[in-house]
Write a protein that binds this ligand. Structure first.
Ligand code: C2O
Ligand code: CU
Ligand code: CU
Length: 523
């Protein structure tokens, strides 16, 4: 934060927070291993019993117009009064009035143009997570959409306490994002990316799905239609009046980013929402279902498992990762999913006796956060199922790490009162990499804490963890890597297509807002 008041000057001491992840720790060093990537913020309202609410399915957004190459959409960002917990209303910040926002569905290679109008009281930035998107539509944190009449823009303003001077092009009222979507079928999501305030904005509801299909995927006999379920998992915390509570330093979300010192590791809620409903239940037939699991939580990691497991186990058949289909299915009893990661899985409910209630549980949670949702298998047996999981799903060409033009190492660590990459709190004046378009690069991530690390623009392949083979959840094309305490991981990637300024950052949103982000510039 050179030239400005340093974060630590106004973030207070951070003592007790920093202790959990103190000091430089390269892989192999002995460090404390915090069990949870955050601090629980307890709700102050009686919580409902789980499995009373139906699973909401976000509406698929209809284009306002379409032509030979392009589908055009409009989204109005607005506050909305939602019924999330029984008997109370919750004010949310939404895309189009719902949480999650509407689902966009695109065809690979067909341009999608989305005009976002900001009718919220604060600046917003829209990022398509997992999109291979040119700089000017990627939701760079300086490219704000200001509310009409708003005067407190961060972009271009020097001297705002604790905030870097942001390059960028703020606009007022609305912005049009153009997504070429020249990419594989995948489960993408869009969410807010406001500089310094992504955590509270997403917490208030600013996230939705954007699904991309392609011919290869559509030709497969995978479950489709209402047996292809996007599941956005978030944890939240509610105040006594039903409002969402979040420990922002500046509750007005005007100037001061970040959370109070006790929550610096991350904010964890005690209510698990799936598609915006607390611990919902969903009826299923004894057939194959595709579950597009997205962890859209600020900081919480989950270990998702079916309870009971089907006879013989291996109930979760993974078919895809962040960046689309795997080459071949992989079976799991449980799946570790860090913030922003996606796992596409197929579950065959024919493996359960009709009438079974199958809970999706979180083995890393306790009490209310151990429950996620429930599938109620219908009482009548089904015989015909047009869906299967083929043994071959796609072709994934491995990137060749021996052809890497460069290996870059990034150390993710805490500072006194913030979070840094290579010792640097977010500073757009100091990009940490300048990859050449077309080059293969190895990026090595090292840490002493939990950090889900996300790179914009390029998907990557994990090639090693702690010098050994990638883990069970590292397969396929990824855009977010679940880096754990005392780990080092290597990815191989290739930046293509679009020159310009992009970010990579920790997707623990409290870490991101408290400066664990850096620019890279492709050229
Ligand atoms: Cu999902 Cu830079 O974010
Ligand atoms: Cu992203
Ligand atoms: Cu982090």
């Amino acid at each position: 934060m050179s030239g400005r008041m340093s974060r630590r000057a106004f973030l207070g001491t951070g003592v007790g927070v920093t202790a959990g992840a103190a000091g430089l720790a390269f892989a192999g060093a002995t460090v404390l291993k915090p069990a949870e990537a955050g601090q629980l913020l307890r709700s102050r309202i009686p919580l409902p019993e789980p499995y009373q609410m139906p699973l909401p399915i976000p509406q698929v957004l209809k284009p306002v117009s379409t032509d030979a190459t392009t589908d055009y959409y409009e989204i109005v960002q607005q506050t909305a009064s939602l019924q999330i917990l029984p008997g109370v209303r919750t004010t949310a910040w939404t895309y189009g009035g719902t949480f999650p926002g509407p689902t966009l569905v695109s065809r690979s290679g067909r341009r999608t143009v989305v005009r976002h109008q900001n009718q919220l009281p604060r600046p917003v930035v829209v990022h398509l997570h997992g999109g291979h998107t040119p700089h000017d539509s990627d939701g760079y944190p300086g490219d704000e959409i200001l509310p009409i009449g708003y005067t407190g823009s961060m972009a271009g303003m020097a001297g705002m306490a604790g905030m870097p001077v942001m390059p960028g092009t703020p606009v007022t009222g609305s912005r049009t994002y153009t997504y070429p979507l020249d990419q594989r079928a995948a489960t993408l999501w869009y969410h807010d990316h406001r500089m310094g305030f992504t955590g509270p904005n997403i917490w208030r509801g600013m996230a939705g799905f954007h699904l991309v299909h392609d011919d290869e995927e559509l030709a497969l006999p995978l479950p489709k239609g209402d047996r292809d379920l996007p599941l956005m998992i978030t944890d939240r915390s509610f105040a006594a009046d039903g409002s969402l509570q979040y420990p922002s330093l500046d509750q007005r979300l005007l100037h001061l980013p970040g959370v109070t010192s006790g929550y610096m590791n991350g904010v964890l809620g005690d209510v698990v929402l799936v598609n915006g409903a607390p611990w919902p239940a969903h009826p299923v037939d004894g057939l194959h279902y595709r579950l597009r699991l997205l962890n859209a939580s600020n900081a919480r990691r989950y270990r998702l498992a079916l309870d009971p497991p089907p006879p013989g186990g291996n109930g979760l058949i993974q078919i895809g990762a962040d960046g689309g289909l795997l080459a071949a299915p992989l079976t799991h009893d449980s799946i570790d999913i860090a913030p922003a990661e996606r796992f596409d899985v197929v579950v065959d409910f024919a493996r359960y006796r009709p009438g079974t209630q199958v809970r999706l549980v979180n083995l890393l949670g306790s009490a209310t956060t151990r429950e996620v949702m429930r599938f109620d298998v219908s009482g009548t047996a089904r015989t015909s199922d047009d869906a299967t999981v083929p043994a071959r799903l796609s072709v994934i060409s491995p990137l060749d790490p021996t052809r890497a033009a460069v290996t870059r190492t990034f150390l993710f660590q805490n500072t006194e009162g913030g979070w840094a990459i290579n010792g640097q709190e977010y500073d757009p004046a100091k990009p940490l990499a300048r990859p050449k378009l077309g080059d293969t690069e190895i990026w090595r991530f090292v840490t002493d804490f939990h950090h889900p690390i996300h790179v914009h623009l390029a998907h990557f392949q994990v090639i090693a963890r702690n010098g050994k083979a990638p883990g069970p959840y590292d397969h396929g094309w990824k855009d977010t890597l679940d880096l754990r305490p005392a780990e080092s991981a290597e990815i191989v990637t290739r930046f293509t297509g679009y020159p310009g300024r992009f970010v990579f950052h920790c997707h623990n949103l409290e870490h991101e807002d408290m400066a664990m982000m850096a620019d890279f510039i492709t050229e």
